[in-house]
Design a protein around this ligand. Sequence first.
Ligand SMILES: Cc1cc2nc3c(=O)[nH]c(=O)nc-3n(C[C@H](O)[C@H](O)[C@H](O)COP(=O)(O)OP(=O)(O)OC[C@H]3O[C@@H](n4cnc5c(N)ncnc54)[C@H](O)[C@@H]3O)c2cc1C
Length: 390
Amino acid sequence: MTSTALNGAQVTDFELSPELEQFRATVQAFAATHLGAAARYDAEASFPREPVAAAAKAGLLRTTVARDYGGSAMGNLASCIMLEEINAVCASTGVTISVHNSLVNSLLGKWCSEAQKRRWFPKLVTGEWLGAYCLSEAFSGSDAAALRCEAKRDGDRYVLNGAKLWITTGSEAQLFVVFARTGPDRVKGISAFVVEKSWPGVSVGKKERKLGLRGSPTTEIVLENVSVPADCLIAAEGQGFTIALDTLDGGRLGIASQSLGIARAAIELIRTCIADQVDKKGRSTASQPDQWTLADLASDLDAYRMLTWRAAILRDKGVRCSTEAAMAKSCASRLANRAARAAVSVLGLAGATRATAAERLLRDARITEIYEGATDIQRLVIARGLTSPA
Ligand SMILES: Cc1cc2nc3c(=O)[nH]c(=O)nc-3n(C[C@H](O)[C@H](O)[C@H](O)COP(=O)(O)OP(=O)(O)OC[C@H]3O[C@@H](n4cnc5c(N)ncnc54)[C@H](O)[C@@H]3O)c2cc1C
């Protein structure tokens, strides 16, 4: 190719636009102002109510909603940038926002009818209602198609029965996207519904006592003879599994960004600790192994952020990004674990106690490798994406 052939060609730009840089600065300011109590939410396992309300006020619960419905239509890349900043300070607040935006708002925006959007978005974009995504069950985690929750058609309604498990924001959300079985076919027998918390038969069951993300309530949602109007079916009967998987591509970008935030916070603890180790003449006395650790983690952080942003840009363009999203999530979540573990080691006693955030980061990081598709499942998604025809 001649150099003239490249004239005017679009080159890849690794810099954010001034608008996105400004947005990042705004979210950083939000995090500095509202997320100072992250350690307390963790210690008390209490919901970060004030930060989530403040996030709603700041417009952070509507980034994936079109302007026609009160959203800011900022999209997936902006959401990823926002989630890295928030999760670098408080991962419990981060996952609440991620689920609301990337699993609930995105799903409704892509799959719901005009009337359905007009009905639910006014409450969701303002944060008056929080959303939750109800796919998992006792015998249906990685194997989502094994779900048993039943939706039986009865005239102009469906009657839902079953129990959903490990539902993020379960006790706080007012709107649930529920996946239930409308037919015997493992995949085509699954449909998606909007279920409101106030409806008879809907209740919040057991709350999990978790290792990490303790400020984010993870609960059972019990559905007992819940009468759901047929106009609360999302898209068409039998499309639930497609909707669930498509939505998880976006959700995984949220968790990849959460992982980047956790990793960044852990790396910053290591960096500060090493930078502080100097002799009287200002020469570093830090061990070489600690410096190598810092160098490797910081390099991986930058690389996996690019993986995450690549997938987000694809999704913003409407291009399927299952493989790219799985790459981003599996790499970033493993990095979060490595970085947090290293922070605890490098900081020693201060890392293993509540003197610093390191031990909380380690506990929070562990969950990023489990939810929205465990690491080994992500690796299968990637391998299938690479080996099966487009
Ligand atoms: C804090 C938290 C919040 C959650 N929030 C939600 C939520 O809001 N909504 C929701 O629907 N769900 C939620 N979940 C559930 C979550 O998505 C599941 O935990 C996850 O899908 C894994 O399912 P499982 O726990 O049943 O593990 P399993 O499916 O039993 O997997 C256990 C292990 O076996 C491996 N494994 C399983 N099958 C295979 C296979 N075929 N090949 C190779 N390895 C395999 C997995 O990689 C994993 O390491 C949440 C979970 C947690 C921990």
